[in-house]
Design a protein around this ligand. Sequence first.
Ligand code: ADP
Length: 306
Amino acid sequence: MKPKITVVGSSNVDLILKIPRLPKPGETVLEGEFSTAQGGKGANQAVAAARAGGDVHFISRVGIDDLGKNSLTAYKKDNLNLDYCVTDDAASNGVALIFVNAKGENSIGVASGANGNLDRKQVRKAAHVIESSALVLMQLETPIESVEEAITIAAAAGVPIILNPAPARVLDDNILRSVSILTPNETETEILTGISLTSDEHIRRAAQSLLEKGVGTVIITLGARGVYAANNDTNAFIPGFTVTPVDTTGAGDIFNGALAVSVAEGKSLSEAIRFANAAAALSVTKLGAQPSAHHRDDIEHFLRTH
Ligand code: ADP
């Protein structure tokens, strides 16, 4: 049976315009090429977890507009349970407006829209879903009160919590104390700990400082290098898989979605990290975030052949 995983987090639509150069104030640049993509760290991780083999319940908030409607349609195709994914009755959907120039540089504006209204009350309504989950997965793209409420509910019910502390911000120790697995990348680790990761020794020290704050296990993701994982019993650098990267957008999101599934299935930490490294490596061989989340069969095939 698929493990039940609750993801609490953001849902966005990326509106992407590839243009020859980034417009200056007052300037109009023609010859754009437009595309849209489902995004938001919450949605990316929920979709990644569903494709990797989870029975995913997505607690999120979409806009009353067409972007919100289209998002729900897309999530249904990925079999996300949307019982507690609310359509806001006033706010527009979260959007990222992204200009990309010919050199691949970008300029991005974000409106969190409906995500900004994902409050304590909405999460509390879904308490029974969280309590009956094998695991809860969260990020920091929705108001901190939504994260705090989900943590309170999960911790009281003994449900393990994976927190991907992205985008980077400083966190209270009472949040960190309840987290089973914290998955910062290098930048997020530096902001959480105040330690610059200039050497392996600094990576070890930063992980140790997070363990001292009460986190159960710290997994620092290190891009192509893989991860450094530490808890009170063990610590090790675990290499990633070598692939030819096409687009690393969302690698961390795919890693977290896959990790959640494997941990919820009761796999050992090293097995779960291997599975997540494989899912993330596969994702960087394809453009985009959600489009690059592979299905379970592909991830297992990759693991068998690498
Ligand atoms: P984020 O996307 O949050 O910045 P990272 O860059 O640390 O996170 O990547 C997350 C994970 O994705 C890594 O731990 C690794 O498993 C995988 N990954 C990222 N970049 C590559 C790459 N170039 N080749 C193989 N795996 C990668």
